[in-house]
Write a protein that binds this ligand. Structure first.
Ligand code: MN
Length: 394
């Protein structure tokens, strides 16, 4: 008998799927949160039959269970821990620990890819194209490589994982990986994913009309309220408003603040750290405390939301030699135009401002940060030009 204790995310469940393909009804699988694992390990050590082989994947145990598992191993128990997190590397000191962050080809690993290697190397399962394709999608998703590679199949696999129950996901994937030559999404799943993607798109568009901006410390933050789709929101709003250093996403009910950035010059783990939170350079979070509430909610409540640049223009386009026309909520008009190759200037209500900018981007950032402007639609631009021509004639 085998027992596998794994994480309850896509990578963890990928391990359960492989184990069930390899061992059939000879394996019991349980998925856990990071904090739930230790209880399950204790239960295993106290209650499970002694010759059951314990596999732990995508998670690692606390110090106490580390000692107990070593005793279990010393007394002849069968246990193997497979993980790919840097924080677990010390388990390599044990005969039963195998933690690999990067494979021999220099690719980041995932628990599913490690277990697949393990099972195939130990001749517990046979490698097939469809399983290899599935494992690679899970790996790319778990390591964020899919973003770099624009591998949307990997993202869709994770979206599907959240749309159905774990049981249903497992059952469908096992059946598919066993029966088909290549991995695929069926027609029903494609429809489901398409509906989900459209829903997220509409949600993000709505949030794009609610976002406000505020200078917080040295950075310009975009602030928006949202309970779900934080990664997608952070990414899309970051691209829509690149003059913002990061996007702060407030979940009032959950009393959390998420930080996302698309920029390399900003480390949002530092931003979150400043408020007692933490995370990664591009995605982090902290609690909604008195301090963060005041800063991000109270002090921004009265602010008007940003407006998006006009998208379908043919004439009023960015970096045009004729100039690009912007407007703010006070109906003031700003023409941003090149003076020569290295200089860009701005006219505010037809009067040139003092500042000179070395690039279009620099000038636009100035406009958006200080005047909260947006690129106006073609018809407004044409009116503006006609006006100028009329005046010149008169
Ligand atoms: Mn993982």
């Amino acid at each position: 008998m085998y027992k596998i204790l794994s994480h309850n995310d896509l990578d963890g469940v990928g391990c359960g799927i492989l184990a069930k393909i390899a061992f059939g009804n000879q394996v019991k699988v349980r998925y856990n949160s990071i904090s739930g694992l230790n209880r399950e390990v204790e239960w295993f050590l106290e209650n499970e039959e002694k010759d059951t082989f314990l596999l732990i994947t995508d998670l690692s145990v606390n110090e106490e269970n580390e000692k107990r598992l070593e005793e279990f191993h010393q007394s002849g128990g069968k246990v193997h821990l497979l993980d790919h997190h840097k924080s677990a590397l010390h388990f390599n000191d044990y005969e039963w620990g195998q933690v690999i962050v990067e494979d021999k080809q220099g690719n980041l690993t995932s628990a599913t890819s490690l277990l697949y290697d393990y099972l195939v190397t130990n001749q517990l399962m046979e490698a097939t194209d469809s399983i290899s394709e599935f494992v690679e999608l899970v790996r790319q998703y778990d390591t964020w490589e899919w973003e770099k590679n624009n591998n949307f199949e990997a993202q869709r696999l994770n979206a599907l994982f959240f749309l159905v129950s774990i049981d249903e996901f497992e059952e469908k994937m096992i059946e598919r990986l066993k029966a088909s030559e290549h991995f695929y999404f069926d027609e029903f799943e494609k429809k489901l994913l398409e509906m989900e993607e459209n829903k997220i798109e509409r949600y993000i568009r709505r949030k794009g009309h609610e976002i406000v901006q505020k200078k917080v410390g040295d950075y310009f933050a975009g602030i928006v309220y949202a309970e779900s789709y934080h990664s997608e929101l952070g990414n899309e709003l970051g691209k829509e408003y690149p003059h913002l250093d990061y996007i702060a996403i407030l979940n009032i009910g959950g009393k959390r603040v998420g930080f996302r950035t698309i920029h390399d010059h900003v480390d949002v783990s530092e931003v979150a750290g400043h408020f007692g939170g933490g995370g990664h350079a591009k995605a982090s979070g902290c609690s909604l405390t008195e301090e963060t509430y005041k800063l991000f909610v109270e002090e921004t409540f009265h602010l008007e939301p940003l407006r998006e640049d006009a998208k379908r223009n043919r004439f009023n386009i960015k970096q045009s030699t004729f100039g690009s026309l912007y407007k703010n909520r006070r109906d003031e008009l700003f023409l941003l135009y090149p003076v020569n190759e290295n200089e860009w200037a701005i006219e505010k209500n037809k009067v040139k401002i003092e500042e000179i900018f070395s690039s279009f981007q620099e000038a636009e950032i100035y406009l958006k940060r200080n005047e909260m402007t947006w690129l106006v639609k073609d018809d407004e631009f044409v009116n503006y030009l006609m006006n100028e021509v009329g005046k010149a004639k008169g």
